[in-house]
Ligand binder design. Structure first.
Ligand SMILES: Nc1ncnc2c1ncn2[C@@H]1O[C@H](COP(=O)(O)OP(=O)(O)OP(=O)(O)O)[C@@H](O)[C@H]1O
Ligand SMILES: [Mg+2]
Length: 148
């Protein structure tokens, strides 16, 4: 997969795209979600959670920074680094452990992790477009370990 382009006309379509994408995950993938405030990052992750068989409602970890879901076929760790001031704070949150536990890790506001990002990841870019959102999915590097 190089780059996939999608368009979600509604919040439900963003969730559905996350769900379709999530079905392709087997565990160990890191999803970095790029997009402005309210672009739909959390909505997309909630679809991924559904595909992993997680029944609980996915809420934004804006205040808790990390939410863990362990009732699906693989664990899902959902980070929102909006409130991180220094990448050093990540280590107290279990960042390294979660990135290597064989589950799926989804990260909103990943630029606040500075240099602490993995070499292989899937970049999901959400942009406001018309009344909905454009959503692109790409493996970085294109032929990396977790390339889809
Ligand atoms: N395709 C879409 N079309 C229109 N609205 C959408 C779409 N996808 C999501 N939304 C809406 O955008 C709002 C913000 O969604 P969400 O919380 O998922 O964004 P976010 O990127 O996680 O925001 P934040 O940066 O605050 O974490 C929600 O009301 C959601 O329903
Ligand atoms: Mg969010």
């Amino acid at each position: 997969m190089n780059m996939e382009h999608h368009y979600a006309a509604s919040p439900a379509e963003t969730v559905a795209l996350g769900e379709a994408f999530g079905r392709r995950l087997s565990g160990g993938e890191v999803l970095l979600l790029d997009g402005d405030l309210g672009a739909g990052k959390t909505a997309f992750v909630s679809g991924v959670a559904k595909a992993l068989g997680i029944a609980s409602r996915v809420t934004s970890p804006t205040f808790t920074i990390v939410n863990r879901y362990t009732t699906g076929r693989v664990p899902l760790t959902h980070f929102d680094l909006y409130r991180i001031a220094d990448p050093e704070e990540l280590f107290e949150l279990g960042w390294e452990e979660y990135l290597s536990d064989g589950g799926v890790v989804a990260v909103e506001w990943f630029r606040n992790a500075g240099e602490e990002l993995p070499e292989n990841y899937i970049l999901i870019t959400l942009r406001y477009q018309d009344e909905g959102r454009s959503i692109t999915i790409q493996s970085i590097p294109p032929e990396g370990e977790t390339a889809l």
